[in-house]
Design a protein around this ligand. Sequence first.
Ligand code: NAD
Ligand code: AHE
Ligand code: ZN
Length: 369
Amino acid sequence: MKTRAAVAFQAGKPLSIEEVDLDGPKEGEVLVEIKATGICHTDEFTLSGADPEGAFPAILGHEGAGVVVDVGPGVKTLKKGDHVIPLYTPECRECEYCLNPKTNLCQAIRTTQGAGVMPDGTSRFSLNGEKILHYMGTSTFANHTVLPEIALAKVREDAPFDKICYIGCGVTTGIGAVINTAKVEPGSNVVVFGLGGIGLNVIQGAKLVGANMIVGVDLNPAKKEMAEKFGMTHFVNPKEVEGDLVPYLVDLTKGGADYSFECIGLPQTMRQALECCHKGWGESIIIGVAGAGQEISTRPFQLVTGRSWRGTAFGGARGRTDVPKIVDWYMDGKISIDPMITHTLTLDEINKGFDLMHAGESIRSVVVY
Ligand code: NAD
Ligand code: AHE
Ligand code: ZN
């Protein structure tokens, strides 16, 4: 079939809207009509050329929601008409990783997914006979896409696509990092670096679990108002701090953060996030994705004296199990999503979504097909 998609032909170049060819689902695969997709900073990261796994031409996008149009042979858990959220972290429920309760990182299809192809090693997308790669196993910047059955969460049908698409990455990543990865206890002092689409959801998660201080750190003062709506109690703009940021944050939290979260993707802020943690027990969770070749560093003494450094992907969530529950939380009013979707665009306007992100004017831009 033909479908419209935003194609990334080259790093650092705007996406190009094309009518591409899409082959139908093979064994264990599902054809999905994407109804809406968010634009996450990770899409920008890959498009910029900073992603060591980035390969072109590709159809980016990993924060979608849509409807099953067709299923391939052997698909058992999904049928035409089901509402679904694509999962860049699948859940096969069979691999060594899925069987270990310590991780959500299902590895059943990680190698082919990282190479931009389906599990059989081929792509379903092409243009004028030339192969176009998939991205993160999802490619939600296409109106139709094909995914393995294990990479789709079935969700309730009354949930609006243009909001729940954000659960496909940002919402789950931020809230999950608090609940699943850090397991933040009520009364904890939390510091969040970066108040964008991920950081705001960390704040929302921290409020949900009853954190005490929720300190937000961002260079953009325009992010303050929204962060306060979601539960931030103190805002720190590093540009306005006299002297070093780390001792300032340690003072503010009366000894250091019980938990800090880095939601930017810079080695320098990752180090600050670790070092503002409380001696003896503070834990810093890296969410931000750093570019090819970048490394983190700190004095080992920081770890010797009881701080720990951890990371999280997709908020530690097991997608097929946890994503439908997060959709319920949204529909039940337990969490909020709508105010964070600051811009709604058509597919033709998708490059504007990247411009708004670069200008610091959006939290989430969502493309509605
Ligand atoms: P975003 O662009 O919406 O937000 C980033 C925020 O960081 C902005 O508010 C910006 O003003 C702020 N910022 C930039 N430089 C700063 C600095 N030096 N000090 C303080 N603040 C600074 O991005 P996002 O969509 O929220 O994504 C954040 C990061 O999380 C990205 O690196 C993204 O790739 C990553 N991410 C990781 C996962 C995961 O599973 N680990 C999931 C989604 C996103
Ligand atoms: N391809 C990059 C790594 C990118 C990365 O870490 N991705 C996160 C999700 S970001 C979503 O916005 C992730 O899921 N990581 C675990 C995994 O298996 O990719 C690189 O550096 O090579
Ligand atoms: Zn993302």
